[in-house]
Design a protein around this ligand. Structure first.
Ligand SMILES: Nc1ncnc2c1ncn2[C@@H]1O[C@H](COP(=O)(O)OP(=O)(O)OP(=O)(O)O)[C@@H](O)[C@H]1O
Ligand SMILES: [Mg+2]
Length: 330
């Protein structure tokens, strides 16, 4: 199901938590929304998932407007939505299978159907045979698997994930993201992934919107955003990624005036030596690495360029001519 947002606004007093947001979230994708704490991500999700009404603007699921529905229609439309959260929101007194069965019970589904469907969902999320387990005995990753199964119980078309992996360690995060991607394909879901971590965008999303102070500052495919970020906020998110990610090796904390981003085939070409030879520039590389983004190799290099400003300028111009994105530290 496609989701379209038109000029959404939500104010709390004088605070514009969501400020004129328009987005097209295509069906059958994992769509990331990234932003710092307080950017308005959760507020936006509450508007899109019909938990809260916008002050201004419209929300459409396919061609149906859903932000102004009557209570009865709202209940009907909300069946199309599954949600998972950072803190899992499970019933700790119920077993895994009873948690998964819960949404089907409130829809008064047939007992035998519920039993079958619960077993099916447990195996879908990799918890076959663990249905009787008490929630308190499960690990964080296993709890999130139960929460995913519960969210999918009534066959939604949209899955909202609000910081779904923020409480998990990196390895478990990767496993849960892989599961969400797999389920997205299997069930033709539209997944909306809210996060403050660029790793999550890189590892799970097809497209991403960057939210800052209630505004969308940038939107595009994940490989476009990673290879040529435009807004300062996006660059900031990416720089936190390059210093922590293990595939980027930093030799020195000092220096590194220029950040170079190479895309696709460019990573194979001896572009640095060509530029060096043609301009006489000297590259003092401080950090470099390759990340895999959506099946595409993206190279990144943090470097100083010498021996003088004029040469550096010519080198940067030539790099840009060759399709390398160059950012200069302010
Ligand atoms: N019910 C509310 N009443 C008043 N202010 C609110 C309410 N909900 C959110 N806000 C404010 O709106 C702004 C956006 O909050 P929101 O929870 O959407 O941010 P977020 O991007 O989800 O942040 P985080 O990453 O910390 O979860 C914040 O300044 C917050 O304090
Ligand atoms: Mg939030």
């Amino acid at each position: 199901m496609e989701i379209r947002l038109r000029n959404l606004k939500r104010n709390y007093g004088s605070l514009h938590a969501v400020d004129d947001v328009s987005l097209d979230i295509p069906s059958n994708t994992v769509y990331g929304i990234i932003g710092r704490s307080g950017a308005g991500k959760s507020t936006l999700v509450r508007l899109v998932s019909m938990l809260e009404k916008p002050d201004v603007g419209e929300v459409y699921y396919d061609d149906k407007r859903v932000d102004n529905l009557s209570k009865k229609e709202l209940i009907e439309e909300r069946r199309k939505i599954g949600m998972i959260f950072q803190n899992f929101n499970l019933f700790s007194s119920r077993s895994a299978e009873d948690n998964i069965a819960y949404p089907m019970e409130i829809c008064h589904m047939d007992k035998e159907y519920i039993r079958k469907r619960t077993a099916e969902l447990l195996s879908l999320v990799g918890l076959e045979g663990r249905g009787k387990a008490a929630i308190s005995t499960l690990s964080g990753g296993q709890k999130q698997r139960v929460a995913i199964a519960r969210a999918l119980a009534v066959n939604p078309s949209i899955l909202f994930c609000d910081e779904a992996t923020s409480a998990l360690d990196p390895q478990t995060t990767r496993a849960i993201l892989a599961l969400i991607k797999e389920i997205q394909k299997k069930m033709n879901l539209t997944v909306v992934m809210i996060t403050h971590q660029m790793e999550v965008v890189r590892d799970a999303c097809d497209r991403v919107a960057v939210l800052d102070a209630g505004h969308i500052v940038e939107e595009g495919t994940v490989s476009d955003i990673f290879s040529s970020p435009k807004s300062a906020v996006t660059k900031d998110f990416l720089s936190s990624l390059t210093t922590v990610h293990d595939s980027v090796v930093r030799w020195s904390k000092e220096g590194g005036h220029y950040t170079l981003r190479f895309r696709g085939t460019k990573t194979d070409e001896p572009i640095i030596s060509t530029v060096s030879r043609e301009t006489g520039a000297i590259f003092n590389i401080r950090a470099a690495g390759v990340q895999n983004v959506d099946g595409e190799e993206l190279g990144i290099m943090i470097t100083d360029i010498g021996p003088d400003a004029g040469t550096a300028e010519r080198a940067v111009a030539l790099l840009r001519e060759n399709g390398v994105t160059v950012e200069e530290e302010a």
